[in-house]
Write a protein that binds this ligand. Sequence first.
Ligand SMILES: Nc1ncnc2c1ncn2[C@@H]1O[C@H](COP(=O)(O)OP(=O)(O)OP(=O)(O)O)[C@@H](O)[C@H]1O
Ligand SMILES: [Mg+2]
Length: 319
Amino acid sequence: MSAGGYPPAISFQSVSKSYPSSRGLKGERFLALDSVDLEIQPGEFFGLLGPNGAGKTTLITILAGLTQASSGRVSVMGHDVQTDFAAARRALGVVPQELVFDPFFNVREALVFQSGYFSVRHNAAWIDELLESLGLTDKAHANMRALSGGMKRRVLVALALVHKPPVIVLDEPTAGVDVELRQTLWHFIAKLNKQGHTVLLTTHYLEEAEALCGRIAMLKTGKVVALDSTSALLSSASGNVLRCTVDGELPAELASKARVTGRVVQLPAVDALAVEHYLTQIRQAGLTVRDIEIRRPDLEDVFLQVMNQHPGRDDRSLV
Ligand SMILES: Nc1ncnc2c1ncn2[C@@H]1O[C@H](COP(=O)(O)OP(=O)(O)OP(=O)(O)O)[C@@H](O)[C@H]1O
Ligand SMILES: [Mg+2]
């Protein structure tokens, strides 16, 4: 229970999940989640971050009751996802990572059908609002098969929200989505969060997580390796970052420390001396440096620091 006596919106207690190992060795299991403990309170906007394969979707699939944890307890608004499945499922709206949909319906029919699944009647006004808010009004009668990838993702968001669930889970909702829809989507989700809906978001766009989430958990190889408020995570990052553009390939020693995007190089710098040292090394390599900027670390820098502090191969196999 939280301080106010309410159950958490989402609770994972010592959740582990193993799958048969893909190496095909008889009896060998792969540990996708390793004793995950997380509690998300009602009204939070919470970010779940981690590299590919960290276990984010597995955690969400367990939350939605679609997969069973190997051990541990999971609940939504106090309802156990196994023993009280119907109530837990009703409290939850999940936007899945994969584009799955029924090809026989048009958009509005799919939303009406989904309302029926949750026994919500007279839902036309809310369906209209969802279509409007997600820029789908003119696609209401289009068949799902005829929609573009980004449009399908909008429909998945609408489907997840059709029963106005108190807890909204978005598994990479902006993958493959254009800039305009991202803004529309975040505006809408932030509005729902202000109205009291709890939001759990996974994304690889760390600037989105930094802007939206009040608290963040980072997952690596099935374990929680960081959990704090976004502001505490940002201030935990040491030093500054040197950002500049260079006209060629960095020397190997620097490249191993840098975030490189095309010509833009970003290097963590403890102090001014480190900045000078980097610039000298770059110049000595015969490169020209332009557009020098020193900035505070952002969430992507923090993420990389955390992941580097928890090194190690992904060897989650159990025999
Ligand atoms: N049904 C399954 N059977 C076997 N292994 C699985 C299954 N589902 C997931 N895994 C494995 O569990 C690990 C975690 O996968 P998961 O999809 O949860 O990662 P993720 O953090 O969501 O990654 P991404 O950022 O790529 O979406 C991966 O190594 C994956 O191969
Ligand atoms: Mg995933």
